[in-house]
Design a protein. Structure first.
Length: 427
């Protein structure tokens, strides 16, 4: 036998019955997005490498070491499998002049690719759902986006506080970060002996990112570092206060985390993360914030933006951890066809039922009636329809209510499938 091929390391198959959980989750997303009037966008999973280098920043984890980049063998173009999708959405909006008539509220669901060490909650192909509001400068939209996530936690049955909590910070504007940066570098220079290799490497290229380090040995130095919030001017502070005022009015709890800086260069003002303590080190289920200079940086007419992304695998792991399992309905009808000669008349009836909107499962040729009944039961179907020889000879099929074992078997005339369809659908 030929050697069996395997999926690429860190890239997963989503198979039944697990795929039904994904569909359930995606349906929740579609309902949520409709409630907030966000429209779906679908952009390519491959983009020019320059989009991410320019958009995310050269000294970021993603651009430095996580991107799947390659040369197009046909023409030598530098391409990258998208590691995130804010840059792609902005590219598309710019390319199609979509912000000409005002702001846009958009969402996407799809695969992202990062070359990281695979572990629970961290994969090389993973999936994100993301929301982006482009062209809106006001703090109301920052708050709206945070509240959308909160609405989703509720829809999914997650408890705010116990299962997920909100962390909030403001990164101010570039000028404010510049002043803070000087103070930060001075602080780290004074403690250079306590820094690890990664921090030393970033000391002058991206000192803010050092605050994001998870290295326990660094924590005292990071905790003592100058806080960006203390360097914000009145406008940035007012924006932050306005976001908080909405959250307070709605009763959305949060913790201000002065060390929350996010991993990409495009953020300014509000940044936030939804965190869980139930998944160990992979505890961030959602991250987002404002990016008021990204659109211009990627060649568009200057316009503000704000967005978030949820890691779907991580969120599904969290739901599992908490014990939230969607009720996945079985088919309405499971057809039992004991003999090949019954197949044609049975399938004619089943086709009529399916056309009328009844969900029907059938596995012809799967053994004895007894084993077919077992399968029917395991499928979660409400009814078994039995196309036995005796019934067919009378122009009927037998119908058994699998969820009510005490009920009598009924006979249904084959000629009257449309009538049953109504009855079965309403049962
Ligand atoms: P982390 O700090 O865990 O590496 P990140 O800051 O790199 O996360 P973002 O770029 O903000 O993550 O992406 C948003 C969300 O996407 C994360 O909060 C997480 O839930 C999910 N995510 C990011 N990278 C991965 C990955 N390699 N595998 C699975 N999910 C991921
Ligand atoms: Mg990361």
């Amino acid at each position: 036998m030929a050697e069996a091929l395997q999926a690429v390391k860190g890239m997963n198959d989503v198979l039944p019955p697990d795929s039904a959980r994904w569909e359930w989750f995606e349906e929740k997303i579609r309902v949520l997005m409709a409630r907030y009037a966000y429209c779906n966008v679908r952009t390519p999973i491959i983009e020019p490498t320059a989009l991410f280098v320019r958009g995310l920043g050269e000294v970021t984890d993603i651009v430095e070491r996580e991107m799947y980049s390659f040369e197009d063998a046909m023409n030598g173009d530098r391409l990258t499998l998208r590691p995130e999708n804010t840059a792609g959405v902005v590219r598309a909006m710019n390319q199609h002049s979509f912000l000409r008539e005002g702001g846009r509220r958009l969402f996407y669901i799809g695969p992202m690719f990062r070359h990281e060490r695979p572990q629970r909650g961290r994969y090389r192909q993973f999936h994100q759902v993301g929301a982006e509001a482009l062209g809106f400068a006001g703090p109301d939209v920052d708050a709206e986006q945070i509240l959308m996530c909160r609405g989703l936690w509720r829809d999914l049955g997650l408890s705010e506080g116990r299962d997920v909590r909100l962390e909030l910070n403001s990164l101010g504007q570039a000028g404010e970060r510049q002043t803070h940066r000087q103070a930060l570098i001075a602080h780290f220079e004074a403690h250079v002996g306590a820094l690890d290799e990664d921090a030393r490497r970033r000391l002058y290229s991206n000192p803010l990112r050092i605050l994001d380090s998870k290295n326990p040995a660094l924590q005292p130095v990071l905790d003592a570092a100058p806080k960006l919030l203390d360097y914000l001017g009145p406008e940035s502070l007012a924006h932050f206060a306005a976001v908080r005022a909405v959250l307070d009015a709605v009763g959305c709890e949060y913790r201000i985390n002065p060390r929350l800086v996010r991993g990409l260069d495009y953020y300014n003002l509000t940044v936030f993360e939804w965190i869980t303590d139930r998944l160990g080190a992979q505890g961030t289920v959602c991250g987002g914030g404002r990016y008021d200079t990204l659109i211009e940086q990627l060649g568009g007419k200057p316009a503000p933006g704000v967005g978030w992304a949820i890691g779907i695998e991580r969120l599904l792991l969290l739901l599992q951890e908490v014990g939230i399992a969607p009720a996945i309905p079985g088919p309405t009808v499971y057809a039992i066809v004991p003999a090949p000669r019954a197949l044609a008349p049975a399938m004619a009836v089943l086709e009529a039922l399916r056309q009328a909107g009844v969900t029907v499962a059938m596995n012809a040729g799967f053994g004895s009636i007894k084993s077919q009944f077992k399968r029917a039961d395991a499928s979660g179907a409400r009814y078994a329809l039995i196309f036995g020889d005796d019934e067919l000879a009378r122009g009927e099929a037998a119908c058994k209510d699998l969820r009510d074992p005490a009920s009598a078997q009924r006979c249904l005339p084959l000629a009257d499938a449309a009538h049953w369809a109504k009855e079965l659908r309403n049962a």
